[in-house]
Design a protein around this ligand. Sequence first.
Ligand SMILES: *[C@@H]1O[C@H](CO)[C@@H](O)[C@H](O)[C@H]1NC(C)=O
Ligand SMILES: *[C@@H]1O[C@H](CO)[C@@H](O)[C@H](O)[C@H]1NC(C)=O
Ligand SMILES: *[C@@H]1O[C@H](CO)[C@@H](O)[C@H](O)[C@H]1NC(C)=O
Ligand SMILES: *[C@@H]1O[C@H](CO)[C@@H](O)[C@H](O)[C@H]1NC(C)=O
Ligand SMILES: [Ca+2]
Ligand SMILES: [Ca+2]
Ligand SMILES: [Ca+2]
Length: 640
Amino acid sequence: MNLWILSTLYTLLVCHVVSIRGDHFVNEWAVEIPGGFRQARDVARSHGYEIVKEIKPFENHYLLRHRDVPIRSKRSAHHHTRRLEKDGRVRWADQQVEKIRRKRGIISTDDIETRAYTDLHFNDPLWNKEWYLHDSRTDTSLPKLDLHVLPVWARGITGKGIVVCVLDDGLEKNHTDIAANYDPYASYDLNDEDDDPQPRYDPTDENKHGTRCAGEIAMVANNNKCGVGIAYNSRIGGVRMLDGRVTDHLEASAIAFNHTYVDVYSASWGPNDDGKTVEGPGPLATKAFEKGITEGRGGKGVIYAWASGNGGRLGDNCDCDGYTGSIYTISINSASQHQHTPWYAEKCASTIASAYSSGAYNDQRIASADLHGRCTTQHTGTSAAAPLAAGIFALVLEANPNLTWRDMQHIITWTAEYSSLKDNPGWRKNGAGFWVNNAFGYGILNAKSMVEVSQNWVTVPEKYICVVGTEGTQINFPQTLRSGQELEIDLQTTGCKGQSNEINFIEHVQIELDMEYTKRGDLAINLTSAMGVRTMILQERPLDSSKDGFHKWKFMSVHSWGEKPAGTWKVKVRDMKGTDNTGTIKSARLIIHGTKEIPHHVTESGGQRVYNDEYNKVKDERDERRKNAVHLEKFTQGLF
Ligand SMILES: *[C@@H]1O[C@H](CO)[C@@H](O)[C@H](O)[C@H]1NC(C)=O
Ligand SMILES: *[C@@H]1O[C@H](CO)[C@@H](O)[C@H](O)[C@H]1NC(C)=O
Ligand SMILES: *[C@@H]1O[C@H](CO)[C@@H](O)[C@H](O)[C@H]1NC(C)=O
Ligand SMILES: *[C@@H]1O[C@H](CO)[C@@H](O)[C@H](O)[C@H]1NC(C)=O
Ligand SMILES: [Ca+2]
Ligand SMILES: [Ca+2]
Ligand SMILES: [Ca+2]
């Protein structure tokens, strides 16, 4: 056989990576060419590409389109990628994959028109339907159940000067309940490449999602229209990105869109919630998160509010979603009006807190602006919870613009309210004394506590990372696992004591696992921290019959926040129900994020961690069901 045939065969057999997840490769490449635009044009020409555009906000990144590659294909054109990579002018090249992205609303068929309703305090017709902002139940002997936003408004904090950007399917910018707060600098259309994020209208109003999410945050107050946004004086923008082909470069441009201008992003979408997908951000989206965190808000980092997913009914688990599982995103789940986990909610260790949203069929849903200038009371899912969180974060940033992205997460772990959800199963007290739950994180966001705590906040100390690999374990990899078996991996660490990256106060924890298995969905994994707190970092997923295993997948947990790292961490990997499964664990690493110094709001005495007095007040209040409900009338005095 001659060489040409051989190499062609090789290309056909080996180099065509077949898409694993049912995604399609497209005829576009994201390419980094340091030599500038002219050189990019030369590179493109010499390999048969045209330049589609520069990829913003990155330097020297271009989107190239190949003339002879099919628009969509199950197979990669790896030989083209390799040719680019071999070109000395090219630093990096990646063929783009069309991703499946789902909006995290619940499809409902019974959207109803809203009746006019006159309210005592706000004249907006939906105000009385915003039960999650003010407990609208009439029985005053009941504890107050809401997001505690009114006391914050009463202090004049309404989101002024804060810019929020909704990454979604567009934004009806001229909606009469949004227009006054619309910010064109926080808006873009990545689907059509123009400045106007106006949604595409169709008979089913498929693209109502972004407008509904934006309305929850920034509906105008007291204008006789729809409702009142949680940060009703904030600036609101929308990036239209879900109404078309979603690829890595497009997600990246959204995640870092005008990232030195936007303060808070709200994203209510992610990989398919089908109970069988394991997927995280691609290389450019990963870079985009890092850009937002390191360059946004003058180096303090932008805030990413992220919906934790709606795959509950399909047994999905957000531990398999690398967007919610990113340390940079604040992953928010839902709690229903009756303080339960809704049927659609996913459970995982990376969810940091919850906000109210829709629940069982007869439970109230979320009110917002809707397409065609309408109003709705029917917004649902974790899609509706994340924007409420984004609105609260805008309030907190107005109260203290000095907060960093990490400060925000510290404040959440400390102030989120456990008491109103405590009748649910699954609560455990972590080593720092906080209640935590796979369904709710640290509990329901409490805007009042967050703002109070933020006012005297001292920026948390510098962050370090301590990695524990094979040096911390007695196990020799690879290890075999079969049906019905359990494997325990012990990882010992001092928390990098005595080194420059010593950690004494934990923030995020990741377990990076490299593993092959015949049926991924039969696996469940628990992590027990050095302080003895057990967290499920993967539950079985009945629909996931993939043979792909986990490739250096990072399971992220926020459950050890505030704990001390030194000691033995146990990772238990178990096959829950398989009969003929087999596989190997090739490596496992523990990655601990945290600080060396103890944060200012905590004092250490006699080995115990005590939360400082001025803050304890908030903590006590948080843990008490508030019997003496403060009435609405009090807060509205002097509001306008
Ligand atoms: C908003 O703009 C669209 C055109 O993009 C127009 O059809 C619609 O009537 C406008 N709505 C309002 C409330 O002005
Ligand atoms: C980003 O924000 C700045 C204001 O800081 C504005 O001048 C610029 O036009 C915005 N960029 C886009 C693409 O809207
Ligand atoms: C923010 O930082 C500035 C400068 O250090 C300081 O003057 C101001 O009091 C801080 N604001 C709050 C709310 O902590
Ligand atoms: C993990 O812990 C839970 C209880 O918190 C238990 O029900 C489950 O069986 C454990 N799973 C593994 C893999 O050890
Ligand atoms: Ca447009
Ligand atoms: Ca209004
Ligand atoms: Ca999911």
